[in-house]
Design a protein around this ligand. Sequence first.
Ligand SMILES: Cc1cc2nc3c(=O)[nH]c(=O)nc-3n(C[C@H](O)[C@H](O)[C@H](O)COP(=O)(O)OP(=O)(O)OC[C@H]3O[C@@H](n4cnc5c(N)ncnc54)[C@H](O)[C@@H]3O)c2cc1C
Ligand SMILES: *[C@@H]1O[C@H](CO)[C@@H](O)[C@H](O)[C@H]1NC(C)=O
Ligand SMILES: *[C@@H]1O[C@H](CO)[C@@H](O)[C@H](O)[C@H]1NC(C)=O
Ligand SMILES: *[C@@H]1O[C@H](CO)[C@@H](O)[C@H](O)[C@H]1NC(C)=O
Ligand SMILES: *[C@@H]1O[C@H](CO)[C@@H](O)[C@H](O)[C@H]1NC(C)=O
Length: 526
Amino acid sequence: MYTHNLPFLKLFMLLSLSGFAMHISNPDPIVPASLQSLNLNGHFQFQNLTDFSQDFGNRFSYQPSSVMFPASISDISATIKHVYELGAQSGLTVAARGHGHSLQGQAQAPGGIVIRMESLRGTETRLHAGESPYVDVSGGELWINVLKETLKHGLAPKSWTDYLHLTVGGTLSNAGVSGQAFRHGPQISNVHELVIVTGTGDTVKCSAKENSDLFYGALGGLGQFGIITRARIALEPAPKMVKWIRVLYSDFTTFTEDQEMLISMEKTFDYIEGFVIINRTGLVNNWRSSFKPQDPVLASQFNSEGRKLFCLEMTKNYNPEDAETIELEVMELLSRLRYVSSTLFQSEVTYMEFLDRVHVSEVKLRSQGLWEVPHPWLNLLIPRSKIHEFAKEVFGKILTDTRNGPILLYPVNRSMWDNRTSVVIPEEEVFYLVAFLSSAPSPSSSLAKNENLEIALKKNKEILEFCHSANIGMKQYLPHHSTQEEWRAHFGDKWETFCRRKQAYDPLAMLAPGQRIFHKAPLPLL
Ligand SMILES: Cc1cc2nc3c(=O)[nH]c(=O)nc-3n(C[C@H](O)[C@H](O)[C@H](O)COP(=O)(O)OP(=O)(O)OC[C@H]3O[C@@H](n4cnc5c(N)ncnc54)[C@H](O)[C@@H]3O)c2cc1C
Ligand SMILES: *[C@@H]1O[C@H](CO)[C@@H](O)[C@H](O)[C@H]1NC(C)=O
Ligand SMILES: *[C@@H]1O[C@H](CO)[C@@H](O)[C@H](O)[C@H]1NC(C)=O
Ligand SMILES: *[C@@H]1O[C@H](CO)[C@@H](O)[C@H](O)[C@H]1NC(C)=O
Ligand SMILES: *[C@@H]1O[C@H](CO)[C@@H](O)[C@H](O)[C@H]1NC(C)=O
């Protein structure tokens, strides 16, 4: 038990006494000159660090004191070991930065050291074909590159995120959820082995069999127990083509019943998601994807002006030689669904085009200056038994339109999630991912306060308050909390294990300070 460990106990007392989580900045950590004398393959950078003090959320910005560009795993372990040996007194923290697509500064290190994980990308990608194929990749590798590399061998990972310009280490530190998770589980359920540099600078190979406590701890571990430098990812034969389908519902109950039926079937679609549309035009195409229906004229006739619609989105993978059989299977599946007739939109794209769909929108939004704007996103996991109550309040009262960005909503089955990992999910067999993906570009001059952002944050707050007051049993995905009490409530039963692992693998609490769960501080001289 961690409470028997005196230094750790002191750390905790300090946290609770100082209301630590509200202030993120450390008391002037000083980057020791000794860092520069470390014998590294890569290098440190001490100036021009603005790129490393921001993220996709565009709301939190903390300047590090240096950035390390690692050229090897030993660069990372040497750096961490050095900081560890400086002790708690230095206050110095270390954050791995994946692709910096966090929303609230989670990959930042105020006054500390940011490790640019993408620099480790060069590490050789090794693929093992055979009956259970897998690939070994660097923790700093982007999923899009993992896909490109494995496709050369006719293989691909099984479980994805909607967007692939994210790093392996970054998504595995959360969960990695998309429309394949109902069948394969999240990305953290599709990893065989990790190589981790812990908060003491030790390099540890771990899996379900070897050092399993660290393995499960790191999966969904919010970067708290070590830096994932390599990962062994399960693969499957990759399809060449994808049938991509969208249908519309006007009734929420019918929509969710159909979604739940589809995810429970043995023979079903390969990807199942859905989204909510409130009072919006151009609804079949949203910014999030490059979906091009075969009948764009028909598609353009539908808008949800003044009302709510629910779009079920699914895909079926196939190879050209099986096109006819697949067509029959798809028709059979569609015949069981109760969508609004004449709202069937279909498209056929390559597997790569489908998986990389959000990037197409990114390119477009970037060209309009609408990508690097504040993103007050909110991702929630809602138990099935409460999804109607939730929808009634949130889509019926709190939100009046979805102009600022899509709201994703789809069910997954808990049986595909391993309860030994650190990720926290609702207690029920089936729960929904509900993702409010707002963009908040500044309406006018950048000097004025951003009303779009204020409004979005206010709505988020209302949604969270409703969940608490109505006892929805919600858990945040990509969680963000501001007090240790909230973190304790977030983790529930898992809090003790989480703290024990923290003490075991990062006893000085130096890693991923931007998550604001633990706080490294020089201990007072008691
Ligand atoms: C457009 C977009 C779409 C998205 N779609 C999805 C989706 O469909 N499903 C989904 O699950 N998520 C999705 N996400 C969220 C995404 O999983 C998170 O943003 C996650 O943080 C991955 O981003 P990253 O690689 O940039 O990591 P970062 O933001 O850089 O890091 C995230 C956290 O992990 C830590 N970390 C980073 N690398 C490592 C490592 N190697 N070892 C240990 N800790 C590390 C960091 O310190 C930080 O605390 C999306 C994000 C965006 C911007
Ligand atoms: C600062 O970094 C950016 C990219 O990270 C680079 O384009 C720019 O040239 C750098 N500026 C200086 C002065 O080094
Ligand atoms: C969830 O998955 C388990 C195991 O595959 C299965 O037995 C159960 O029926 C599924 N539940 C639902 C509601 O689909
Ligand atoms: C729907 O949005 C339009 C503007 O796009 C607005 O004029 C109208 O009042 C909205 N309707 C409802 C019911 O909110
Ligand atoms: C995890 O799930 C297994 C079986 O589903 C159960 O026996 C075990 O108690 C659970 N462990 C935790 C820590 O919840």
